[in-house]
Design a protein around this ligand. Structure first.
Ligand SMILES: Cc1cc2nc3c(=O)[nH]c(=O)nc-3n(C[C@H](O)[C@H](O)[C@H](O)COP(=O)(O)OP(=O)(O)OC[C@H]3O[C@@H](n4cnc5c(N)ncnc54)[C@H](O)[C@@H]3O)c2cc1C
Length: 414
């Protein structure tokens, strides 16, 4: 039997609990908004848990020759994240007050404080010219051999190692830290149960959830779609016309072996190009086995390959690049996953976080983990330009009674 509709009211409803949704939930609460987050699966279960966790300043784009308008935005991101990772005590000092709107990420595990770029000797002079260009001056430092980290100190091939301003975070601990901050505002919800009715002026100012025959209406001032690949389905469910998303498929490879040396590096170029051939990060699975996670050009060019062909390509590339490492007993796997971005210009890759609003719904794509703070800035700016009017909050007891809590996703190698 269908019971009377229950209701709840809040300023903002966020769909999707990857890095974008979780970061925004915390930022919006700090800005004084009342917000809840609805996740259809486990938190981080799309791209965030599968990401390599590199917080980068855009050099990778520059190497491809595709760093355009937003170069300064991405270049500022590593320093912005480092402040969050140091933690913010808002009563401490002026600097803390200035940063008070970014989440305190002091509980997040930093896997490597540095990210590196390795090139073989064949492109040394080409690279020197490129790195000497004005836009990159001072951002990339060639290391003396005496300063090489352990992995490259053991190299048996001639190459040059550069240290970038980038670093690597553990995605799982990032999701956990963000979830912990706002746990009471996060709920799990089956996507099929949502409807987006329009009011008399054509705006969506409420959601209807049908929870096993029990209707629940959530009145809200603004709705944010932060569902990564799931944004497209939400766009269609809500009947939006303008926004659309594009997917860029990848065939990532991960390699498990006991006692793998830790390495965090872009291996760039061959004699023709500076594109990163291989992007490596190191992790550990639940059983304590070391994992290398391999992306870059390998993952892009591997999309049309079978798993066997892709693993053969990965073996051959790692062997050519790191002949001093013995991977004889390694366990190799493929992970097919899509990057979800805004479709702004026929497959053009956006170079900053992107959002678009229609009928009170804002569809968001951070584009990169790195650019999440930029997305949060853009959302706050948008909200400040059109203040939200909602009725007083009703107690969250209806949400607590009807909705479950969302767990955290497992890493691909777990
Ligand atoms: C293999 C890979 C490696 C990457 N490496 C890096 C890197 O090193 N550095 C970097 O800066 N970026 C990297 N990226 C990009 C980065 O991971 C993404 O830009 C970022 O994680 C996107 O976050 P998101 O929150 O928008 O989406 P997602 O992380 O995809 O999260 C979306 C969430 O929404 C949920 N959801 C889906 N549909 C619905 C619905 N209808 N209702 C409610 N919830 C829903 C999903 O379950 C999921 O939890 C990488 C991406 C990939 C795929």
């Amino acid at each position: 039997m269908i019971k009377d509709s229950l209701s709840h009211s809040t300023d903002i409803v966020i769909f999707g609990g990857g890095v974008a949704g979780l970061w925004l939930l915390d930022r919006l609460h700090q800005e004084g908004y009342r917000a809840i987050l609805l996740e259809s699966d486990a938190l981080g279960s799309g791209q965030t848990i599968a990401s390599q966790g590199i917080i980068h300043g855009g050099l990778k784009y520059a190497l491809r020759g595709s760093l355009a308008g937003a170069a300064n935005v991405i270049a500022a991101m590593p320093a912005r994240w480092r402040k969050c990772l140091r933690g913010v005590n808002r009563n401490d000092n002026a600097e803390a007050a200035e940063n008070a709107c970014d989440p305190d990420l002091s509980d997040v595990t930093v896997l490597s404080d540095h990210y590196y770029m390795w090139s073989d000797s064949s492109i040394r002079s080409k690279l020197k010219t490129f790195l000497g260009s004005k836009s990159l001056q001072g951002r990339v430092e060639a290391l003396a051999k005496t300063d090489y980290p352990k992995f490259f100190a053991a190299a048996t091939v001639d190459g040059t190692l550069y240290q970038l301003p980038d670093f690597v975070v553990d995605s799982n601990s990032l999701i956990d830290a963000l979830k912990t901050k706002q746990a009471e505002h996060i709920f799990q919800l089956s996507t099929d149960s949502v409807e987006f009715p329009r009011n008399s002026s054509g705006k969506v100012d409420a959601l209807t959830l049908n929870l096993s025959g029990q209707p629940l209406t959530i009145e809200t001032g603004k709705i944010l779609f932060c569902a990564g690949e799931g944004n497209q389905q939400l766009i269609e469910q809500a009947g939006l016309n303008t926004p659309s998303s594009q997917l860029r498929p990848l065939n990532m490879v991960y390699v498990k072996q006991q006692n793998l040396p830790l390495v965090y590096v872009h291996c760039i170029g061959d004699s023709f190009s500076l594109t990163p051939q291989l992007t490596v990060t190191s992790h550990r699975d639940r059983e304590g086995t070391d994992v290398w996670y391999l992306g870059g050009e390998l993952a892009e060019s591997g999309v049309g390959k079978s798993d066997e062909e892709q693993i053969a390509a990965a073996r051959s590339l790692t062997n050519a690049l790191f002949p001093w490492v013995d991977l004889a007993t390694a366990d190799w796997h493929c992970l097919r996953i899509n990057r979800a971005e805004a479709n702004i210009n026929n497959s053009y890759r956006p170079d900053d976080a992107f959002l678009i609003e229609e009928d009170n719904i804002v569809v968001c794509w951070p584009t990169k983990l790195t650019l999440t703070p930029s997305l949060a800035d853009k959302i706050v700016e948008l909200l400040k330009s059109s203040p939200i009017n909602t009725t007083d909050q009703e107690p969250a007891e209806n949400l607590n009674a009807l909705l479950k809590r969302a767990p955290i996703a497992s890493a691909p190698w777990d």
